[in-house]
Design a protein around this ligand. Structure first.
Ligand SMILES: Cc1cc2nc3c(=O)[nH]c(=O)nc-3n(C[C@H](O)[C@H](O)[C@H](O)COP(=O)(O)OP(=O)(O)OC[C@H]3O[C@@H](n4cnc5c(N)ncnc54)[C@H](O)[C@@H]3O)c2cc1C
Length: 328
């Protein structure tokens, strides 16, 4: 049985108190939300924090305001089950409800949160293993080792961003509110990520995600499709998040296509978006856009299923997502 390493458990009641604790405890402390990513990682010794700052008791993190007409504020502490079943999200931001519903299992979604999902640690075949396994292969650079076992000649880590809600929130052009020792700031969700498997987030250690801000729906439709080995539960091997706005005559006014689980951050397919803007979703346009977007997916030996299969299936999933949006 894998056991947790020792740690101190702190239970703040407010965001300010939680930030103060993070500052006092220093770099060795970590926030704990549902714990469905962090606690297994601690059991595998990927993290050995001296203290966990539990966020479950902070009422502000569970706040939910607004509507698709006015825009919404979703507290980082709302659970994935709640998110997937919120009528406002199901109707106004469908891709987000679909992504939340596709995360792991019902039990884990009942405690796993939106904030924890957004800040999921990057994943890799050579990293998400027990300490014993990683020791036997000499560790990798993400934890305790020197080189990247996916690309030994590379100076960087290629662990993947595997959070289902992350590409969706980028496609929805959502913003995230961060609260830290220096005060509060709001940034686009896309700016929360950096292309670095070891340090995938731009937020500072003392900053907490307090909420996610969604713009008014204003005619935008969205979809999320996920490739995974087991339909019942599994991390994504590809996530396709598309948000688009059509005119009454079917011409696409604006679109955002974002791929998940293909790099250390959600990848925006800007060239493919440009091909679609100003055009109708005809079979020819869909084909061209799917092929262009799939070029942004460059799978490596860092996830399940073969590289060749993951490469082949990328345009198929993008095409399917566009076809679904075309039919609506
Ligand atoms: C078997 C299994 C299958 C899974 N399948 C999937 C899947 O298909 N898709 C998927 O996306 N995930 C999957 N997960 C991972 C996990 O369940 C989800 O990502 C979940 O949403 C994580 O949320 P949490 O609240 O449990 O986060 P936690 O584990 O509590 O935290 C995750 C990280 O975020 C930080 N954090 C949490 N909240 C905040 C905050 N408000 N501010 C600052 N930092 C914060 C923590 O310090 C930690 O670093 C799976 C996990 C398991 C065990």
């Amino acid at each position: 049985m894998l056991r947790l390493p020792p740690f101190r458990y702190l239970a703040p009641r407010t965001l300010t108190e939680a930030v103060e604790m993070l500052v006092q405890e220093g770099e060795q402390a970590m926030p704990l939300a549902g714990g469905t990513d962090l606690l297994p990682n601690m059991k595998r010794r990927q993290f050995t924090p001296s203290a966990l700052i539990a966020l479950q008791g902070i009422a502000d993190l569970r706040r939910l305001e607004g509507s698709p007409a006015t825009g919404m504020r979703l507290g980082a502490g709302i659970t994935l089950t709640e998110l997937s079943m919120l009528p406002q999200v199901m109707t106004g931001y469908r891709a987000l409800a679909l992504a939340a519903a596709s995360v792991s299992t019902p039990q884990l979604r009942n405690v796993g949160t939106l904030g924890g999902n957004l800040l999921l640690d990057t994943r890799c075949n050579y990293y998400n293993q027990t300490e014993f396994w990683r020791h036997s292969i000499g560790y990798c650079m993400k934890k305790d080792g020197e080189i990247c076992l996916v690309a030994p000649g590379s100076p960087r880590c290629w662990a993947i961003s595997s959070a289902d809600t992350a590409p969706v929130l980028v496609a929805l052009d959502a913003r995230v509110r961060l609260q830290g020792a220096q005060g509060e700031r709001v940034i686009p969700v896309r700016e929360l990520f950096r292309d670095d498997g070891m340090h995938p987030y731009t937020k500072t250690h003392d900053e907490l995600v307090s909420d996610i801000l969604l713009s008014p729906t204003d005619g935008w439709q969205s979809i999320y499709l996920k490739l995974r080995r087991r339909g019942s539960f599994d991390f994504p091997l590809l996530g396709v998040a598309i948000a688009l706005k059509k005119r009454a005559d079917g011409i696409v006014d604006d679109v955002r296509i974002v791929l998940g689980a293909v790099a250390s951050h959600p990848v925006e397919a800007r060239e493919a978006e440009a091909l679609l803007r100003g055009n109708a979703l005809t079979p020819e346009v869909i084909e061209a856009v799917a092929l262009a977007a799939a070029k942004r997916a460059r799978p490596l030996d860092n996830a399940d299923l073969t590289i060749a299969y993951r490469k082949q299936v990328a345009p198929v999933y993008i095409r399917r997502a566009l076809l679904q949006l075309a039919r609506e």
